[in-house]
Design a protein around this ligand. Sequence first.
Ligand SMILES: [Mg+2]
Length: 362
Amino acid sequence: LVSSRSDQAACCPILIKMRNGQEPFAAKHPSGERALIQRIRSRIGGKPFAGLTLGIGDDCALLKPKPGEQIAVTTDLSIAGRHFRLEWHPPEVVGHRTLARGLSDLAAMGARPLAAFLSLGLPRELTVPKGRQKAWVDRFFDGFGALARTHRTPLAGGDLAESLTAVADIVLVGAVPHGRALLRSGARAGDMIYVTGRLGGAAAGLTGLRKLAIGSGNRPGPPTLSSKMRGLLAAHLYPQPRIAQGLWLQRRGLASAAIDLSDGISTDLAHLCEESEVAAEIDASVLPVHPDATLEQALHGGEDYELLFTAPAKARIPSVIAGVTVSRIGRITRKHAGLPDLTIRTERGVEMLEPKGWEHFQ
Ligand SMILES: [Mg+2]
């Protein structure tokens, strides 16, 4: 058990729970768990954070929202073989994306991050250095820590376990002024629909990564990427959660509803319409399709982690929010029995937009 207060120099340690009757991993491997925790602390350690009173050292972390704030909580599970591939994704990328998924959900609610909690299940070989290379887990925390610092999100606790499959379960806790959270349920007929950034880049990047992996004979070990290829793949490998844009919308009170684009616009817009009990029409000619992506990838490819939001037609939405472009892509309409909820206008006219984004258990 490692303990520390966040107001001391070394903060953001990771909490290790040992269950009754379980032989501590560290006892069997003196260089194992304890050393691993020290390494994690040295990578994620940093300055004290305003929203975190007690990072670790007790049974729970203590968070300190400002008076009048509500707590926003989100959890995301990442499993090797489902959400990432050990042979395709460099460990820094897996760390970055694990945190980005959670932060994106906070962004969609207009919440500011207070703290992250991370539980990792790892095969033992991922915790030990590979020849002269750093251990997989150290590189995971390099990627995780860089994004955590960008968004001032302390790692305030978690759990570690040896596991057959690599699994990362992230919990993000955020704060939002009471009654001000951006919800999926607030869209009304006549509202305009907006998205941040560009769409389809993550799907196009994944296609590129798959080709790279197959081109290299799918051999074990992540491919070494050239800087040009890294640029092409950036949208997939390093999605940027739109925390600043979500906070901007929340503070201005301009958005009627919001959701983050994790599963693809056709699926996520359908969720928003369902919660708001409305329909939507989008215009293909104004969709901000990523230059390396197809329209199909922009509509149905997931993991762009951009924000989709609605606002009344009279609301003045700028074309750039906190450095990221914002595009108006359609409008909310009334729901009609017997008519599709999602439609898209193309040069062929108006047709139904089927949700074809990512869905588990399908
Ligand atoms: Mg979400």
